[in-house]
Write a protein that binds this ligand. Structure first.
Ligand code: SAH
Length: 251
């Protein structure tokens, strides 16, 4: 196994594939201010193994389409869905969020935690606008600078990894310029990175390396995760994921 296949193998056993938490998904849901009783149609983009999908399904009367590029993640999501008795609420779709097969004006909520960066924030929100019902809600988490100035090491790292990294005011400006009215924002606390994401990652290193006979590619993945974790610990006061909740309005 190499490259992407190996990366998927590293992440597939996890409850989540990015920083986040059940309490934060529910906080964002509160800010979206939608009914918990009325039937809702939702899509969860870049759902991974379904951390947010399962939480939404448990707390809403919703039909949720969970979309991801990798069938291995969706298989895992379906196992979790079935064991939690949520079969009727969740269906999966293997597809890129760049080529979604949906009709216009379909969804009450478009949800995406830690995934829109894969196609870029601006491009993503432009593409998604048409799929939301008028007044529908867009709920996204996106890497965000927490301060106006940053040490050059972390500034350089994020600009190379994701040139669209920006402050919340910039992201909200992009939302406003593209037919959305921001209705809520908050920052993921450290617990969402450390307890919920990085600690479980660290606990999988040894088993992952031994399963792959300490291959060069497996070692590279572990080294790259270690580097990312060290950077987070060193510079956590400068960046996090920001949660953005916005309503579709006229363009
Ligand atoms: N929302 C999940 C996963 C976040 S990681 C969570 O919070 O745990 C980002 C996810 O986006 C991964 O599951 C990855 O497979 C998926 N992904 C990457 N590029 C994608 C694309 N173009 N279309 C759909 N999903 C994509």
């Amino acid at each position: 196994m190499q490259g992407l296949e190996l990366l998927v193998d590293f992440h597939v056993g996890a409850e989540r594939q990015g920083p986040g938490g059940e309490a934060e998904t529910l906080k964002a849901l509160d800010l979206a201010n939608v009914s918990r009783e009325s039937p809702l149609k939702i899509v969860d983009l870049g759902c991974g193994t379904g951390a947010s999908t399962l939480t939404l399904a448990k707390h809403l009367n919703a039909q949720i389409t969970a979309v991801d590029l990798f069938p291995e993640f969706l298989d895992q999501l379906m196992k979790r869905r079935d064991s939690q008795g949520l079969v009727d609420q969740i269906s999966t779709l293997k597809c890129s969020m760049e080529t979604l097969p949906f009709e216009k004006d379909q969804f009450d909520i478009i949800w995406s935690e830690g995934a829109i960066y894969n196609i870029g924030f601006k491009r993503g929100i432009e593409l998604l606008w048409g799929f939301l019902k008028p007044g529908g809600k867009l709920v996204l988490s996106e890497i965000t600078w927490l301060t106006n100035k940053r040490p050059s090491e972390i500034e350089k790292h994020w600009h190379e990894e994701y040139p669209e990294v920006g402050m919340a005011s910039e992201k909200m400006g992009i939302l406003e310029a593209n037919g959305y009215s921001p209705e809520g924002y908050f920052v993921l606390p450290e617990r969402c990175w450390l307890d919920n994401y990085y600690d479980p990652i660290e606990s999988r290193f040894e088993d992952f390396l031994s399963r792959h006979g300490n291959s060069e590619s497996a070692t590279e993945i572990v080294e790259s995760e270690r580097k990312e974790i060290a950077l987070y610990k060193k510079y956590r006061q400068y960046f996090s994921y920001g949660f953005y909740i916005a309503r579709k309005c006229q363009k």
